[in-house]
Design a protein around this ligand. Structure first.
Ligand code: ADP
Ligand code: MG
Length: 359
């Protein structure tokens, strides 16, 4: 199987490159013999809602804890706002610009949300002033808790508790906010609340780095993602580019040799038709017809091009037995990049020739 990765959408010509808010290079953390994070290089740009994705145990929390200076890497570098975090002074300066909800925040159940935040503001070094109290009210407002600010914490729903945690992280006006599994354990309403809050943080110009094992959730809110498996980075890019590479027109043929013939026809046609950008062998998605040999061809074109693709092939006597739209979700993408290697593609087929999104 070939995984053609879509190219990252390049910034519009003339647009200044975006500031790198956070960069890790070769970040590695071992616990005894276990490698929790393995040579991880990430780049979070200003304005991103960046999702660190992977199943439980893949190293997400460990990565975020290293970023926040809570644990020390065994190897690799972290820089935030261009400052190397290995330097103590830099680290303090950078961490002042980062808010986080990583460990379960401890709130007093019998105090109100507002009283809890006032306490945290004091602890965070904000002066006991009218301005600090105004800031508390401001963050309560921005997480949508203003009307419930005087209710005791124990009366809050899980979604409200999570939003209060985010409010606490916002007190110091961070440029970057780090959230570990922000929707984990929430009911569907809570998930929607927190998701829309994350979207509104991004609109306020706060860069968000979050982790999640819930890929569907992430697809709804993240602009860029990195996919981790067992501490190793499998893919990184914009959600749209990762999905585009896995979406398009899926063709299946009744005769196995037609698969390679179809690739050849499309390769030749690509010289003439710029919209023919890439193709790859894929295993049919669940529910699709499984052709002999088990492989289908995914052509990375919009579904509107189906008649043209079909006509190109038919003109050469190649008739698809099934032709369907394939729309990838991050879930499918994740399965595709984490799955065990599938059986070999058809013998003699020019697999390498269609690698990297090129026919
Ligand atoms: N403090 C620790 N001591 C030993 N092993 C740890 C510790 N923290 C995490 N691990 C191990 O490191 C791996 C990654 O864990 P973690 O970063 O929590 O993953 P995730 O957040 O993606 O679920 C797991 O195998 C976990 O058991
Ligand atoms: Mg975790």
């Amino acid at each position: 199987m070939v995984l053609a990765m879509g190219a990252e959408t390049s910034p519009a010509a003339g647009a200044p490159p975006r500031e790198i808010v956070l960069r890790t290079e070769g970040l590695t953390k071992r616990f005894g013999k276990r490698v929790a994070v393995n040579g991880l290089s990430l780049e979070v740009q200003r304005g991103d809602v960046f999702g660190l994705l992977g199943p439980n145990g893949s190293g997400k929390t460990t990565t975020l804890r290293m970023v926040l200076g809570l644990i020390w890497p065994n190897a690799g570098q972290i820089s935030a706002f261009g400052l190397a975090m290995s330097d103590g002074g830099n680290r303090r300066d950078a961490l002042r610009r980062i808010g986080a909800v990583v460990e379960q925040p401890a709130f007093y159940p019998y105090l109100s949300g507002r009283e809890n935040l006032l306490g945290i503001a004091t602890f965070a070094g904000l002066p006991n002033s009218a301005a600090s109290r105004a800031r508390v009210d401001e963050v309560l407002m921005s997480v949508g808790l203003a009307s419930r600010a005087r209710d005791s914490y124990k009366k809050y729903s899980l979604g409200m508790k999570q939003r209060l945690g985010i409010a606490a992280a916002l007190l110091t006006k961070p440029d970057l906010i780090v959230l570990d599994e922000p929707t984990n354990g929430l009911d569907p309403a809570g998930v929607v609340e927190v998701r829309s809050l994350i979207g509104s943080l991004a609109q306020q110009g706060i860069t968000v780095l979050l982790s999640s094992h819930l890929l569907y959730e992430v697809q709804q809110v993240c602009t860029r993602v990195a996919i981790l498996k067992e501490g190793t980075l499998l893919a990184q890019g914009t959600v749209s580019a990762l999905l585009a590479a896995q979406s398009g027109l899926q063709l299946a043929f009744a005769q196995q040799e037609q698969l390679a013939q179809a690739v050849e026809v499309l390769r030749v046609a690509a010289a003439e038709y710029p919209w023919l950008q890439g193709a790859q062998y894929v295993q049919p998605e669940p529910g699709a017809w499984v052709p002999p040999g088990g492989w289908a061809l995914l052509v990375n074109v919009p579904i509107e091009r189906a008649p043209e693709v079909n006509a190109l092939l038919a003109a050469r006597g190649i008739y698809a037995a099934e032709l369907r739209r394939r729309e990838a979700s991050l879930e499918q993408f994740f399965l595709a990049v984490t799955a065990a290697p599938p059986p070999a593609p058809p013998v003699g087929a020019p697999v390498a020739a269609i690698q990297g999104g090129q026919l």
